[in-house]
Design a protein around this ligand. Structure first.
Ligand code: DX5
Ligand code: ZN
Length: 219
């Protein structure tokens, strides 16, 4: 089992001072940051663009930036996010485009890649690309907004993807995103997840150090 990674989501940070939210996460030991990119089409909300990411890098953010593209046409924007300093770029399986080609392009930009699936999308949808990815992200809420309730019915999907990973001897990370706190992270860990996005539970925690310490016990 891969060691657990916590990826605080800047969506729940201070949008007037994202660099300070990134620094806060880094001070608490986070090596990954999760950045949610929404286009108002694939999801009913808008967030950040490539310039936001470039500005974070210019401000000195050194952490691994896990860039989650919730875009109807990710192929139009992935290069801009790679140039802006993304470490990993994940793209959804639901929109129609050449997923395999786009995953290869992202690696060609020097980034890790990931494939993402919405709650209503079955694990079978991503099986054809599992040998082409560094990360599989199982959405545990309908994407678009932070602060939603964890979808416990996603646990069998995680277990299935973890099983396929072992059967095929694959090495991708298995990430969960949406409604993750210490309790739901533990449930996802038992189902095979190793990478945990935490927005609200991290940035709004009354005691972030205690949250991180609790997360450390997942291993
Ligand atoms: C939701 C985003 C998530 C969001 C999670 O569409 O993809 O990354 O930040 O927020 P929480 O952890 O508050 O559910
Ligand atoms: Zn996300």
């Amino acid at each position: 089992m891969l060691p657990p990674i916590l990826a605080p989501s800047l969506l729940a940070g201070d949008h007037a001072n994202l660099a300070s939210s990134a620094a806060l996460a880094a001070r608490h030991g986070a090596r990954w940051l999760h950045l949610d990119i929404m286009d108002g089409h694939f999801v009913p909300n808008l967030t950040f663009g490539p310039e936001t990411l470039a500005a974070l890098r210019r401000a000195g953010v050194k952490e691994f930036i896990d860039t989650h593209l919730m875009l109807a046409e990710p192929q139009r924007y992935s290069e801009a996010f790679a140039k802006a300093g993304a470490s990993l770029i994940s793209i959804h399986i639901e929109p129609r485009y050449d997923h395999a080609a786009e995953l290869a392009r992202i690696r060609g930009f020097g980034c890790q890649n990931g494939i993402v699936m919405n709650p209503d999308t079955p694990a079978s949808a991503v099986l054809p690309v599992l040998d082409k990815v560094d990360l599989v992200l199982v959405m545990t809420v309908q994407p678009g907004f932070g602060g939603q309730s964890f979808r416990r019915d996603m646990l069998p999907k995680l277990a299935e993807l973890d099983r396929v990973r072992r059967e095929r001897g694959l090495k991708f990370r298995l990430e969960v995103d949406g409604g993750i706190d210490l309790a739901t992270a533990a449930e996802c860990r038992r189902a095979g997840a190793d990478t945990f996005v935490a927005g609200t539970s991290f940035f709004k925690a009354p005691d972030i150090a205690a949250f991180v310490a609790g997360f450390g016990k997942l291993a």
